[in-house]
Design a protein around this ligand. Structure first.
Ligand SMILES: NC(=O)c1ccc[n+]([C@@H]2O[C@H](COP(=O)([O-])OP(=O)(O)OC[C@H]3O[C@@H](n4cnc5c(N)ncnc54)[C@H](OP(=O)(O)O)[C@@H]3O)[C@@H](O)[C@H]2O)c1
Length: 241
């Protein structure tokens, strides 16, 4: 059983919240009393998640924003700040898999798209929330990586390279913000039963990977005062107790 941590009153932006890990995070933070700020590209599936959360009494600001779109993400962050106050926690979860091919076969357009969504799409929300966090002198940014984000793996294309980039961005930002009160950490969620996992491993027994809800504990902890002072670190969600 995971440790109990307090996230009540936190204003938490989760990207890619319409399914998979992002949805499980939204549900867990909502249950913990956080105010939620959610996005994903497609409106209908996100709306369903939001309506369910609101039926459970959770306050949610949301928009069908693409993490590549600085203006769209900026509008969402501004609307959330007006309603709830500044974002105190950012979980950069949205990502796309792209083709699992050797680099010599990579289509350049797909390469650009994956790096744009996974790497630039991690920086865009950071740039939107960082001024508010710096002004508050506090904030927690959690960037979602992968098991292929810090070890060499063949045939993982732009996805693996983008996650190495996410890890470098996280570590450099953690250093840059050392004195500002803004913490930046990396989480490798592990093998989770989601659409992305099914696309990456189409022949795997789909019930083998863990449920996304099993991976949320470390995210709640990183968002809570219990993790004060922790920055520039990497965690494995399924091993965290
Ligand atoms: N599942 C695993 O086993 C596993 C393992 C290692 C790492 N991860 C990482 O864990 C995170 C969550 O993965 P998952 O398996 O839950 O993925 P998923 O099931 O494919 O869900 C991805 C979410 O991101 C949204 N999204 C995709 N592109 C977006 C964009 N450009 N802008 C905004 N939202 C976007 C999707 O909604 P729309 O399509 O409507 O935008 C969806 O809500 C990712 O960072 C992934 O790399 C997962």
């Amino acid at each position: 059983m995971a440790r109990k941590v307090d996230v009540s009153g936190q204003v938490v932006l989760i990207t890619g919240a319409s399914r998979g890990l992002g949805r499980a995070l939204a549900e867990a933070f909502g249950r913990g009393g956080a105010k939620l700020v959610l996005c994903a590209r497609r409106e209908a599936p996100l709306r369903e998640v939001v309506e369910e959360l609101e039926r459970g009494g959770v306050e949610v600001e949301w928009s069908a924003a693409d993490v590549r779109d600085a203006a769209g993400v900026g509008r969402l962050v501004s609307a959330a700040a007006r309603r709830f106050g500044p974002i105190s926690v950012l979980v950069n979860n949205a990502s796309m898999l792209g083709p699992r091919v050797p680099l010599r076969e990579h289509d350049l357009e797909e390469w650009r798209q994956v790096l744009d969504v996974n790497l630039t799409g991690t920086l865009v929300p950071i740039l939107a929330v960082l001024p508010g966090m710096r002004e508050a002198g506090a904030g927690s940014i959690v960037n979602v990586s992968s098991g292929v984000g810090n070890v060499a793996r063949a045939r993982w294309g732009a996805y693996a390279v983008s996650k190495w980039g996410v890890e470098a961005l996280s570590r450099n930002l953690a250093l840059e913000e050392e004195d500002s009160g803004v913490r930046v950490n990396i989480v490798d969620p592990g093998r989770l039963r989601t659409e992305m996992r099914r696309a990456a491993y189409p022949y795997e027994d789909p019930t083998r990977p863990a449920r996304p809800s099993e991976a949320v504990g470390v995210f709640l902890w990183l968002a809570s005062p219990e993790s004060a002072g922790v920055t520039g670190e990497r965690f494995q969600a399924l091993e965290w107790r």
